[in-house]
Design a protein around this ligand. Sequence first.
Ligand code: HAM
Length: 426
Amino acid sequence: MNIQIPRGTQDILPGEVELWQYIEEKAKDVCRRYNYHEIRTPIFEHTDLFQRGVGDTTDIVQKEMYTFTDRGNRSLTLRPEGTAAVVRSYVEKKMYGQPNQPTKLFYTGPMFRYERPQSGRMRQFVQFGVEALGSQDPAIDAEVLALVMGLYEELGLKNVKLVLNSLGDKDSREAHRQALIDHFRPSINEFCDDCQSRLEKNPLRILDCKKDREHPLMNNAPSILDYLNEESSTYFSQVKNYLDRLGIAYVVDPTLVRGLDYYYHTAFEIMSEGEGFGAITTLCGGGRYTGLVEEIGGPSTPGIGFAFSIERVIMALKAQEQAIPAAPQLDCYLVSLGDAAKEKTVELLYQLRRAGISADKDYLDKKMKAQFKAADRLQARFTAILGDDELSQGKINVKEMETGEQSEIDLASFIDYIKGKTVGGK
Ligand code: HAM
């Protein structure tokens, strides 16, 4: 019986993985410039962390978690997102007590959600995210947005749209919550079961319901922006002001609701408006959170962050037919003729690699012609040909593939010669 890859997961093979590496390296480089440092947390955590952190009424917690009981009878969950885990570590390692504040972290790694797989929606996907903890300055909201928008620009992503909203502070949200309950209650039996159960627990999430999107009450639902108190409204204006000063374009959408419970004040998504991107258009989501650190047992600390999946960035890059970086070329391929020469290439190959040169040889006893073909396929910059005759004379032939130029080199200086032409040269 053939065993196949689990639904909603993928293999990333050589040829494709270079694009992943390229995006990851660019993202890390941007984080370095913004002074965000990498954190690596476990792939599984106590289930309780996500129930409390992400929120009991969210789809993630109610329907999508990969939860299992380990042999010690503990309930563990494969992380569905990174923020709760980062905050858990922040609290546990008392990062709030460290001298450099705010604490600015980034992470990348696989996340798991039991969702219905479709283009852009996987059960295992890789998120890249940042979290800045310990500052309530609207300038840090702008910094986080500048970081991700700048990264997308450097990656060459076109047609991205930053959609912004404010969910207000606790008081504003409470007033809005009540207005939503009053708005939906008279007709709540026309809504799906999920919405009905959310009416009292978390009416904001009704606005995010995919099933009831077309219901007339959705269009004229009370807007959070009408319920922002002065402090929240000033905060939102300041964030927008900073974005204007940085020249970062955005649109305000008062219906933007995030799928996780922890957000207050700034909430945002970045959408791809490129053609051919498919039904799911959200590239990135994030926002500001206030109660999360306390919820997880730390001192009251504000935070803000975002995450996007590399899968969706790749989809967007492919949809716009962005040139994809090619696999790196091999510096040198060794071709041999005769037994003594073949043995010698094992040594030469070892020395080349130790000198920092990427190199390979044939291991399938191929004929010389087939060895040359392999060198071509690997796009080797240099092919070095060693026959038993050359070996006995202490020589080796080196061909520069691009120019076709051939030189006979002393074996003793061969490594230095290739080094000078590749890693040590231009
Ligand atoms: P989220 O909106 O649940 O937020 O996910 C963020 C991003 O992860 C999405 O915009 C999308 O790029 C990607 N994503 C989510 N689910 C899938 C999936 N099934 N397949 C592929 N990609 C997916 C969070 O996770 C928050 N932790 C973001 C955050 C950080 N907020 C504050 N800090």
